[in-house]
Design a protein around this ligand. Structure first.
Ligand code: IMP
Length: 206
């Protein structure tokens, strides 16, 4: 018995993102389950402000806004990087730490800020989080969070990843997320873990 609400094969859902890369990635994950996707951008849905202090809270805001506006179930994600000695910062502000005065994002600079704030602490523990929230137009929501635990390193290493990948080594490994093969990262990442929980609970059964 489960209280989760499940999508049906052939159902169409909104991916509540205006980011083309995320849309492609999520559409590819959902395709094997027979779920059709349309993006919030394609439907001209507004982007709500992310005002919550948790990944699940912010993913929930995005998913509910899209579901209500489109009249379809909607899936949103929110993710970020956390450092234990910084009480989980940058956390929900992960993208903001990369923001430059001219409005562009500079991740080399953002990683340096993290290192400068955290270098005085012996504890180097860090993790990535990914929250996925599926919302329906009637307000029902299902939320799942996945984490990849590890530690931060300096200097950053590798060129295969994005964002904060070059300064993160997952537990049990020696390479950063940016040195390893992307397929390996996708097997163990916070996003993969969140998606596994979502699919077990809410996607159509084989
Ligand atoms: P948002 O989920 O689009 O709000 O942004 C999340 C922030 O976390 C961005 O700054 C990303 O670069 C960063 N981030 C999320 N997932 C990853 C990851 O897998 N590797 C590196 N950085 C990530």
């Amino acid at each position: 018995m489960s209280a989760h609400r499940r999508l049906d094969r052939g159902e169409r859902i909104v991916i509540a993102t205006h980011n083309a890369g995320k849309l492609r990635e999520v559409a590819a994950l959902l395709a094997p389950f027979g779920i059709e996707t349309v993006s919030a951008g394609a439907l001209n849905l507004p982007e709500p402000a992310e005002t919550e202090d948790s990944f699940l809270g912010n993913a929930g805001i995005k998913a509910l806004a899209a579901a209500r506006a489109a009249g379809l179930p909607a899936l949103a994600d929110d993710s970020g990087f956390s450092v234990a000695s910084l009480a989980g910062a940058p956390g929900v502000r992960t993208a903001d730490w990369a923001m430059q005065p001219d409005g562009t994002r500079d991740y080399a600079e953002a990683m340096r800020k993290v290192m400068e704030a955290a270098q005085e602490f012996e504890d180097r523990s860090a993790w990535f989080s990914c929250a996925l929230v599926l919302a329906w137009p009637d307000g029902h929501i299902e939320g799942f969070e996945g984490r990849a635990m590890g530690h931060w390193v300096w200097p950053p290493r590798g060129a295969k990843g994005f964002g904060y990948d070059p300064m993160f080594v997952p537990d049990g490994g020696a390479e950063t997320f940016s040195e390893m093969d992307p397929a390996e990262k996708h097997r163990i990442s916070h996003r993969a873990r969140a998606f596994a929980l979502l699919s077990a609970a809410c996607l159509p059964r084989g």
